[in-house]
Structure formats: structure tokens, C-alpha cells
Design a protein around this ligand. Structure first.
Ligand code: HEC
Ligand code: HEC
Ligand code: HEC
Length: 276
């Protein structure tokens, strides 16, 4: 008996899928009711945690041979599952209430073979929806939006949204390179000054999402590029411009742009793709 019961944990943990394609679908409209700005209670994901807790509680109690508790948690799981199924009508087809019911019945009958079978079926049902929808829901509802963030352009004194600001920043960086390559010192100085101001201004956007306590992490991540900006500032005001010094510093800055993009740009691009 014990041996068979221990099997349940292995099976519950071992269910997984692999995919040869990932289709990203926009999450259904009604899901937005359970996330900010409409709700701060995260009702949908909170039910998810309830179900996951109940699922494991059944497993834990069966292994401890506490059948009464196991049955209680199984009823609990069925109830939450059925409630959750009503929350997002567009996802009706993903929910199979009979699977939660069968699992509860199997636990009530204390039939271990049946429990293993039905828990696998229910577990697969959870996984199927996760595979199709979890990644995009996390990106759309959990990652803050850069759309609403405005940065003041220190050259033109206008408030710009992130994407537009980035294009201006990147253009002045390119202009600096181009004028240096052409040996056009005067224009290189001008483009260099604009680029430095725009790049230094970037740090004003960080605190729109990151808190004061995270300041050290932010500072550390900007340290190399801010040193490189100082080097460029010095080089462009020198009598004879040392191009290589500037190109090297631009490469350092470029790496720090990429670091930020790796974390922040990808979710922003996906969010944007789904915005009307
Ligand atoms: C907050 C961290 C952050 C830093 C630092 C940063 N970027 Fe960006 N960048 C973003 C985000 C977010 C987007 C996507 C914005 C959007 O499309 O709405 C983006 C987009 C871009 C784009 C594409 C703009 C478009 O929509 O066509 C360019 C080009 C760019 N960044 C250049 C740079 C350069 C050059 C630097 C460094 C000097 C830099 N970025 C530093 C966050 C950052
Ligand atoms: C109709 C789709 C769907 C079904 C069915 C479903 N889930 Fe989820 N689940 C989601 C989505 C979407 C998320 C991501 C929510 C978020 O991060 O805000 C999620 C998140 C979770 C999380 C949290 C993961 C994390 O990283 O925070 C757990 C745990 C979870 N689900 C357990 C379950 C269990 C157990 C079942 C089955 C009994 C189940 N889910 C069935 C869609 C579903
Ligand atoms: C629109 C909101 C937003 C803005 C603006 C923003 N970040 Fe982030 N950043 C996030 C989120 C969300 C994460 C993921 C981790 C988290 O939730 O704290 C993150 C993670 C990071 C991380 C890695 C996680 C860590 O704590 O080590 C770094 C480094 C970082 N951001 C730097 C920056 C810098 C530098 C800026 C300004 C140039 C910036 N961020 C602007 C939202 C933002």
C-alpha cells in the first residue's frame, strides 16, 4: 500500500509537456477584470495558488494516511476549480469540471489506482492551459508597461514616450559615430553633446518603476555606461579628438543598452504587438 501511495508524488511531479511550436495568443478580455488597473486582488492567479495548494495537500495527506484531510482538500480543489472555470468564459473549453470531480471521487473511495489515474488527468488539464497561456498572461498583466512612461528630452524639452525617446537617443549616438568617421569635428562635438545628455537622462526613468531600495542595483547597472559617458565628454571637448577612445566608450555603452533591452525591451515589444 505505502509503495503505491508514494507513486502519486512522482506522478504529480513528473507531468510535463514539450512543444515544437509556441503560439502566442492575446489573453481574453474578461481576464483583465482580475488584474490592475481593474482589480488589485489578483483573483484569478490567487485561485491558481489555492488549487495548487489543495492538489499538493491531497498528496501530502494520502502519504501520511490522513484520509479525512485528503478528502477535505479534494473537495476544496473541486470547488475552486469550478469557480475558476466561470471566471473567464472565453476559456471555457480549457476547463473540464468532470476531471476535478473524478479526482475528488477517487480520493473519497480511497482507491489508489483511481487516484493516480485521475490526478494525472487533472494535472495534464492544468498543464495544457499553462502551456498555451501562462507566458503571455505574465507578460501582459505582470510586467509594467513602458507605454505610459514619459521621458523629458533634454535637447528639445518635450515629453516623449519610451519608444520615441529611444529612437532619438539612438540617432544621436549614430550621428556621433558618423561625424567622427567623416572627420567632421564640429558636428561630432554637437552630436556627442546631445547623445551624452540624452543618455544621462535615461536614469530618470528607472525610478518610475524601481523603488528607492533598488537604487543600488540600478546604479550598479548604469555605472559602466556613466563612466564611459564621462570619457566621451572629455574626449569631444579636447583640442584633438581621440576617435578610438570614443569608439571604445560607445561600445561599452552599447553593451549596457543591450543589458537593459534584454530585461525590458522584449516584454515591451510583445505588449505593444497586442495593443490596439
Ligand atoms: C530601461 C532600460 C533601457 C535602457 C538603459 C535603454 N533602452 Fe532602448 N529600449 C528600452 C525599451 C523598454 C524599449 C522598447 C520601447 C518601445 O518600443 O516602446 C527600447 C527600445 C529601443 C529602440 C527601438 C526603438 C523603436 O521603437 O524603434 C532603440 C533603437 C533603443 N532602445 C536604443 C537604445 C540605446 C542606443 C540605448 C543606450 C544608449 C538604450 N536604448 C538604452 C529600454 C531601454
Ligand atoms: C484556463 C487556463 C488555466 C487552467 C485550466 C489552469 N491554469 Fe493555472 N494558470 C493559468 C494562467 C494564465 C496563469 C498565470 C497567471 C499569472 O501569472 O498571473 C496560471 C498560474 C498558475 C500558478 C502560479 C504560477 C506562478 O508562477 O505564479 C499555479 C500554481 C497554477 N496556475 C496552478 C494550476 C493548477 C493546479 C491547475 C489545475 C487544477 C491550473 N492551474 C489550471 C491558467 C490556467
Ligand atoms: C516600466 C517599468 C520599468 C522601468 C521604467 C525600468 N524597469 Fe527595470 N525592471 C522592471 C521589472 C518589472 C523588472 C523585473 C524584476 C522586478 O519585478 O523587479 C526589472 C528588472 C530590472 C533589472 C534586473 C533585476 C534586478 O533587480 O537585478 C535591472 C538591472 C533593471 N531593471 C534596471 C533598470 C534600469 C537601469 C532602468 C532605467 C534605465 C529600469 N530598470 C527601468 C521594470 C522597469
Amino acid at each position: 500500500m505505502k509503495g503505491k501511495v508514494a507513486l502519486i508524488s512522482i506522478l504529480l511531479a513528473g507531468i510535463s509537456f514539450s512543444a515544437d511550436k509556441l503560439i502566442i495568443k492575446k489573453p481574453p478580455e474578461s481576464l483583465s477584470k482580475y488584474y490592475p488597473p481593474k482589480s488589485k486582488k489578483f483573483e484569478f492567479v490567487s485561485n491558481m495558488h489555492k488549487m495548487s495548494l489543495a492538489f499538493y495537500a491531497v498528496n501530502l495527506n494520502i502519504n501520511a494516511e490522513n484520509w479525512e484531510k485528503a478528502k477535505e482538500w479534494a473537495r476544496n480543489l473541486e470547488k475552486t476549480y469550478k469557480e475558476t472555470a466561470k471566471m473567464v468564459p472565453e476559456w471555457k473549453k480549457y476547463f473540464k469540471p468532470e476531471l476535478a470531480e473524478n479526482f475528488r471521487k477517487a480520493v473519497e473511495s480511497q482507491n489508489v489506482d483511481e487516484i493516480i489515474k485521475t490526478s494525472k488527468e487533472l494535472g495534464r488539464n492544468c498543464q495544457k492551459c499553462h502551456q498555451d497561456n501562462m507566458a503571455i498572461v505574465k507578460i501582459m498583466y505582470r510586467f509594467p508597461s513602458f507605454e505610459k512612461i514619459k521621458i523629458e528630452d533634454p535637447i528639445e524639452f518635450t515629453e516623449l514616450e519610451t519608444g520615441k525617446y529611444m529612437r532619438k537617443l539612438s540617432n544621436s549616438m549614430k550621428a556621433l559615430r558618423i561625424f567622427l568617421l567623416q572627420g567632421d569635428t564640429e558636428n561630432a562635438r554637437q552630436a556627442g553633446e546631445e547623445f551624452i545628455e540624452r543618455a544621462r537622462q535615461l536614469k530618470t526613468m528607472c525610478t518610475k518603476c524601481h523603488t528607492e531600495e533598488e537604487k543600488e542595483v540600478i546604479k550598479a547597472s548604469m555605472k559602466k555606461s556613466s563612466e564611459a559617458l564621462d570619457v566621451i565628454a572629455e574626449a569631444i571637448s579636447a583640442e584633438n579628438i581621440d576617435k578610438n577612445k570614443i569608439f571604445n566608450s560607445l561600445n561599452t555603452i552599447g553593451m549596457s543598452c543591450s543589458k537593459c533591452h534584454n530585461v525590458h525591451e522584449i516584454p515591451a515589444l510583445i505588449q505593444e504587438a497586442f495593443e490596439e
